[in-house]
Structure formats: C-alpha cells, structure tokens
Design a protein around this ligand. Structure first.
Ligand code: FES
Ligand SMILES: [Fe+2]
Length: 386
C-alpha cells in the first residue's frame, strides 16, 4: 500500500507541475497492478466508453457487442429507432446472448432459446409450461445507460456518471461543421496489443511522433507548425487541430463537400474523450480507437474507420477503394503498434526513467491531469497534494 500511495503522490506531483517542467508519468504507473485495479474501479467502471457508432447499427434489430469492466453488453437499435444497451447475459442460466455484430428480429439465447425483444423484455420461453410459476413479464435484461454524441455511442455502468453530452458540448463548436454522424463506416476491427492502455492513448494524442513513425504514410502531411491545442485541460476531453497543406492527398474536403469552408476544408481535429476514446476527424474520413486495459501489459482496441458521404458517393469501385483505405489505416496502426509495444517493454526496464515532454505532446499533460484527478480523488491523495 505504501508503494501505491507513493505512486499516486508521484502522479499528483507530475500533474501539478507547470507545463515547462512537465514529464511523462513514472514508469511504474504503466506496469503496476495496483494502479490498474484503481483504473478499473474508478475509471473504466465509472466513466463513459465508446463501443462504436450509431451508423454501425442503422436499422431496427442491428446490434454490436462490447464489454465494459467485465460486463458483456450489446447495443441494439429498436423498432422506434432508439439505440439501447443491455447486459449480454441470459436471465435463465447466464449464457452470453449475442456475439460480434449483426441483425436480430429478437435476441434469442443460443442455449435454450429464450427470446428477448429489442427493449430487453423476455418474450419467448420454449416449453414454458414446464416452469412452475414463471412470470415472463417480470424478466428483462438490465439496461445500461447509453448516449449518442456526434454519432458515437457511449455507455456507462455508472448510474451516477454525469450526462456526457453536456460535458462535451464545447467540442461541438469545433466539430459540428464536419457532420461526422453522417460519415459512412467502412471497417470495425478488434485487436489486442502488448502494451499498457495509457501508452497507446498518449501516442494517439500527440503529434511529435508523426514525421518519424509515420514517415511513409500520414507523417508527411501533418504540418507541425500548424498544430493547435488548448493550453489548459478543457474538460473530460482534450484535442488538437492540424491545418494541412491544400495539396495533401487526403485529410481535405472532396470537391462535392459543401459543408466546410476556408481552412476547415483541409483541417483535421483530433479529440480524445477521456479515458480512452480518440478519433481523427478529417474532412474526408474519420477513424477512431476505443481502448480498454487487459491487464497492465495488454490493451483491447476497437478500431473503426468511416468515409465522408460524398467520398463514398464519388467512388467508381467502392469495394476496391474502401479496401485500399482500410489497408492504409491498418498500416498506420501497425506503425503505432511497434512503438507503443516497445515503450511498454521500456517501462519495465530497471534503468528506465520518465523524460520531459514538449508542446507537441501537451495533450499528454492534459491526460495526466485527468488521471491524477480520477485516481487521486478515488484514493484521497490528490487533495492532499494540492
Ligand atoms: S441460458 Fe439462455 S435460454 Fe438457457
Ligand atoms: Fe501514430
């Protein structure tokens, strides 16, 4: 416990440093099971997380599955168009109901075929008369809080979590102009990488690595001098923007895009919604990552990409063009994978140490302030350090 208290004090100290003296977190924060246990309890069980996009489930009965803090869930669109989320375990003998994604007129358990409607109500029980006193109408899958913001679905297990959309409202001023909710999904993938979830979050947020790691892909078209970010932590999120050269082959508006004007036609916004949902929003595409820890040394990643509707409409060979776009983003992801897995191996090295960060990594400092708040509040250390 003394060790954990010490680590939490160190996190609080790093978070409270003026930016000129900012560093990354102490290496043990990435490898400590005690820190992970606190994160699970006070971040992943407590906060809103993103399992996908409303556009992934456009029609009644369309569903996606996910898991938050050990709870398997599914999110499904009802006949009324409403998107709802439920516990994904059967109320008979606990079987997992749905896997992957798909469409279901009714949610039918693979075990004994109990059936639930899109509102989670039990509506079908085979051989019902063999149950003594079963009252179907009293049985319903537990519903899980769900919000949709900018076309992203968010869910939380925490009944007391403040509503998310009002907390993200200031970001709307920046991103409403893109109409990202209308972007067309082209891929959703689940992966597990060998790194701590925070190392991947930090990597996605910062621009400093782009010209090096992504030299052959996206790196050459992110002008560092036109990177803009908030000085202070703006809320339960942070962001940066990049205004690209007009000649960039991607990350700029298609000629049929009438929504964006001026520099916004070639500006990209990279928000991170804490704790672990981040996306690159460009005039022509959007890709997001949603992360959950799997132990200290692995991270579960849901990764999705979408294209602006006019980009899709202009495609002559949609299958080939979307496959090429997905392959390109897969390549970018793999470039990141190599460095975040390498950094995790470094975090466990006896002689390792945390180094300074620069302006292009400012969003990492925001993330550290956020973490210190969540973990320190939970443990009563943050107040003590103030
Ligand atoms: S466990 Fe689902 S019907 Fe039996
Ligand atoms: Fe990257």
């Amino acid at each position: 416990m003394a060790q954990l208290d010490d680590l939490l004090s160190q996190i609080a100290t790093v978070a409270s440093e003026p930016f000129e003296r900012a560093t990354i977190l102490p290496p043990a924060v990435y490898t400590s099971p005690d820190i992970l246990a606190l994160e699970e309890e006070h971040i992943f069980k407590a906060e809103w997380q993103c399992p996908g996009r409303a556009a992934d489930i456009p029609n009644p009965g369309d569903y996606i599955t996910y898991e938050i803090a050990g709870e398997p869930i599914f999110t499904i669109r009802g006949k009324d168009g409403t998107v709802r989320t439920f516990s994904n375990t059967c109320r008979h003998r606990m079987m997992q109901l749905l896997e992957g994604s798909g469409t279901a007129k009714r949610v039918v358990c693979p075990y004994h075929s109990w059936a639930y409607d899109h509102g989670g109500k039990l509506v079908g029980v085979p051989h019902e008369r063999h149950f003594a006193g079963l009252d179907k109408s009293a049985i319903c899958l537990p519903e899980i809080r769900t919000e949709i913001w900018q076309g992203f679905i968010y869910v939380t297990l925490n009944p007391d979590a403040p509503d998310l959309a009002p907390r993200l409202a200031p970001l709307n001023d920046l991103i409403d102009r893109y109409h990202v909710a209308d972007y067309v999904p082209i891929t959703t993938q689940d992966h597990v990488w060998d790194t701590n979830w925070k190392l991947l979050t930090e990597n996605y947020m910062e621009a400093y690595h782009l010209p090096f790691i992504h030299k052959g892909t996206v790196g050459g078209h992110f002008p560092m001098e036109d990177c803009v970010y908030p000085e202070e932590l703006p809320g339960p999120y942070t962001y940066s923007t990049f205004t690209k050269g007009e000649g960039s082959p991607y990350g700029r508006a298609h000629s049929d895009n009438t929504r964006l004007e001026g520099k916004w036609r070639y500006t990209n916004v990279l928000p991170t919604i804490f704790p672990s949902h981040m996306f690159t929003l460009a005039p022509d595409y959007m890709w997001y990552l949603s992360l959950r820890p799997k132990g200290t040394g692995q991270v579960r990643i849901r990764y999705g990409a979408s294209l602006a509707p006019e980009v899709v409409a202009a495609m002559t060979d949609r299958d080939r063009a979307t496959a090429a776009a997905v392959a390109f983003l897969d390549e970018v992801n793999n470039e990141d994978r190599a460095v975040v897995e390498g950094a995790y191996r470094g975090a466990g090295a006896p002689l390792t140490a945390s180094g300074p960060i620069n302006q292009l990594e400012r969003t990492i400092h925001h993330f550290i302030i956020y973490l210190a708040g969540r973990l320190g509040d939970a443990h009563g250390v943050w107040e003590a350090a103030e």
